[in-house]
Ligand binder design. Structure first.
Ligand SMILES: NC(=O)c1ccc[n+]([C@@H]2O[C@H](COP(=O)([O-])OP(=O)(O)OC[C@H]3O[C@@H](n4cnc5c(N)ncnc54)[C@H](OP(=O)(O)O)[C@@H]3O)[C@@H](O)[C@H]2O)c1
Length: 316
């Protein structure tokens, strides 16, 4: 351990961070050690990471001093925020800035910041094609991450800006899986028109991040994007049909309709899908599949992910 480079992982018990911890632990000869940061080292998930070989330390992104301690002595840090835990762009930006300052103070040599596009660079607030939300955002959970990029530059910490993609796990945990229509036929409902949409198995985000750390300085100061596959709504439905052995249709809806679905975050997600749809070529180009596979040769396609996970998808 002493001769290994420590990667301190925020959100280590969550979807992105756990993928990185597992990727590091799966490569004992790779020269890296995993330090899992959690608010509760005694939780079952944290104990499981310790059992697998990770160092587990306490840390909270709302507590900068705890982050400095958690980052101390680390070569690298994976920094991610948890928008859906609080729905506050301002809180997310404060947490990102605290991580950036703590990483600088701890002398971290390479941060990977899990970010997304600031959609306002494509759709300014004055653009009426989608509503402005929370006063100054179009896609709050994207815009606040994109805006927080500046905190890492301002802190002067060597950073790779990692553009992630929609997790296919949202079909399991986020209520986005196939649902039965009035005729009993399953359907997935997305406002994507006929455009390609990048998705990824959430574990592969961490595995790609590990690939970035293994490349040393190559991506420091760069903005890189990853995805497992770019698929249209119809292609997603076809893959579901094949995996589940029953028809799944693509219910194309307008972003306005999606924004009105009423669940927490529906407006934010309606704007997100519209942004992804209207700028699909650029959004996909920023998430090159060959590049993602070079970072992570085990990168899954949607079909491979479905084959492993179809039994976990609630079919309502
Ligand atoms: N869903 C998607 O498709 C998607 C796609 C791209 C990007 N994202 C972004 O991904 C982010 C969430 O990442 P994730 O999915 O990996 O999260 P997650 O699975 O919800 O995991 C959250 C983990 O972070 C830890 N955590 C929560 N609050 C914390 C705090 N205050 N301090 C320290 N740790 C804290 C928790 O661990 P402990 O309880 O152990 O502390 C928890 O296990 C969001 O900002 C979202 O916008 C999501």
């Amino acid at each position: 351990m002493a001769d290994k480079k420590i990667i301190a992982v925020v959100g280590a018990t969550g979807q992105q961070g756990s993928g990185l911890v597992k990727a590091i632990l799966a490569d004992p000869a790779g020269g890296f050690a995993a330090r899992a940061i959690t608010r509760d080292p005694q939780s079952d998930k944290a104990k499981e990471l310790a059992r697998l070989g990770a160092e587990v330390v306490a840390g909270d992104v709302d507590d900068e001093e705890s982050l400095k301690k958690a980052f101390a002595g680390a070569y690298g840090a994976y920094c991610v925020t948890f928008f859906w835990a609080h729905f506050s762009p301002e809180k997310e930006q404060a947490q990102a800035a605290a991580m950036a300052r703590a990483a600088k103070a701890a002398g971290v040599k390479h941060v990977i910041w899990s970010t997304l596009e600031d959609s306002r660079k494509w759709i300014p607030l004055s653009d009426s094609r989608m509503p402005t939300l929370m006063g100054r955002y179009k896609v709050p959970h994207f815009d606040s991450k994109g805006e927080a990029d500046e905190a890492f530059r301002a802190a002067g910490v060597p950073t790779t800006y990692l553009l992630t993609s929609f997790y296919w796990e949202n079909f399991i945990y986020f209520g986005m899986g196939p649902k039965k229509g009035p005729d009993g036929v399953l359907g997935i409902t997305l406002p994507l028109g006929d455009k390609k949409f990048p998705g990824i198995a959430s574990d592969d985000i961490g595995a790609c991040a590990y690939g970035i750390f293994k490349k040393g300085d190559a991506y420091i100061g760069k903005r890189v994007g990853i995805a497992g596959e770019h698929l249209t709504g119809a292609e997603i439905a076809a893959a579901f049909s094949k995996a589940l052995g029953q028809p799944v249709r693509y219910n194309e809806v307008a972003p306005e309709a999606y924004r009105g679905f009423g669940f927490p975050g529906a407006e934010d997600l309606g704007n997100m899908f519209q942004f992804n749809r209207d700028f699909a070529d650029e959004f996909c180009a920023a998430r090159n599949l060959d590049f993602s596979r070079r970072l992570n040769p085990g990168l899954k396609t949607f079909g491979a992910w479905l084959a492993e996970n179809k039994g976990r998808i609630p079919l309502e």
